[in-house]
Design a protein around this ligand. Structure first.
Ligand code: NAD
Length: 259
């Protein structure tokens, strides 16, 4: 049997990253998980990928705000049978108007949501180039194309990652490597649940009311995309059918940016 490909997904212990890791495992990729969380839950996910899909799973606890840890994670992944697919997904949010935005929150969002993708990719590229094959998928957001109040650092980081994706595509156009961004609208994950709960606390409403309000404000389609569907989009971008799709940012946003 041909060797299985190996995909590393940053921030894959929760939400969208977890959906991507699961979809890639289901498609037969060995997986390196990364992210924070309860060690028992992470161990259970690790086992689930191996038992359900028969692939090899690994886990790195590297902090995506620390370039040294990122470098070690990528070097380890390459040493561990080679790396084929890099999904830059780890991300955090901080909501505040610019004049009140704490400096450390700005630095943290930029480090995790933008700079981490530079560092992972920088260390993965020589390996991809030597093999003549690699797939880079950056999980950006509709906020890579449009703004929203209160999200200065997030919107700046997501616009940045869309730009980084284009440069990666150009520099590697004839090296068997593609780089693309996926730009989701609302996906119901812990990151978004926190934002809905904050609105419930502020307005004295219910979770259902705030969910309806949240979707209705921005997204023509009044339903969430699921992590599984973002995972399926990543699998497609890694397939032969997508081997000339590069430098693009694919919106999966229920029409948000069509307006
Ligand atoms: P989430 O909070 O459910 O998951 C975030 C993941 O990142 C977790 O695994 C967490 O442990 C990990 N993480 C956070 N800080 C880290 C660090 N310093 N080092 C390593 N891992 C770290 O969030 P999510 O909604 O699944 O978001 C995943 C990505 O999707 C983010 O980049 C986010 O901006 C993007 N996104 C989310 C939505 C949405 O509606 N949920 C929409 C568009 C884009």
């Amino acid at each position: 049997a041909p060797a299985r490909k190996h995909a590393l997904v940053t921030g894959s212990t929760s939400g969208i990253g977890r959906g991507i890791a699961t979809a890639l495992a289901a498609a037969g990729y060995d997986i390196t998980l990364n992210g924070f969380g309860n060690p028992d839950d992470i161990a259970a996910l690790h086992r689930e990928l191996e038992t359900f899909y028969g692939v090899k799973a690994r886990y790195s606890n590297a902090d995506m705000s620390k370039p040294g840890e990122i470098r070690e994670m990528i070097e380890q992944a390459i040493a561990d049978g080679g790396l084929d697919v890099l999904v830059n997904n780890a991300g955090v949010q901080h909501v505040s108007p610019v004049e009140a935005f704490p400096d450390d929150a700005w630095d943290r969002v930029i480090a995790i949501n933008l700079s981490s993708a530079f560092h992972t990719t920088k260390h993965a590229l020589p390996h991809f180039q030597a093999k003549g094959w690699g797939r880079i998928v950056n999980i950006a957001s509709v906020h890579g194309h449009v703004g929203s109040t209160g999200k200065a650092a997030y919107v700046a980081a997501k616009h940045g990652i869309v730009g980084l994706t284009k440069v990666l595509a150009l520099e590697n156009a004839n090296k068997g490597i593609t780089a693309n961004a996926i730009c989701p609208g609302w996906v119901l994950t812990p990151l978004v649940k926190q934002q809905i709960e904050a609105r419930v606390a502020e307005n004295g409403t219910t979770f259902e009311q705030e969910t309806e309000a949240l979707l209705g404000e921005k997204q023509p389609m009044l339903k969430f995309t699921t992590p599984e569907k973002i995972g399926a989009t990543v699998v497609f971008l890694c397939s032969d059918a997508a081997d000339t799709i590069t430098g693009s940012s694919l919106t999966v946003d229920g029409g948000w940016t069509a307006q």
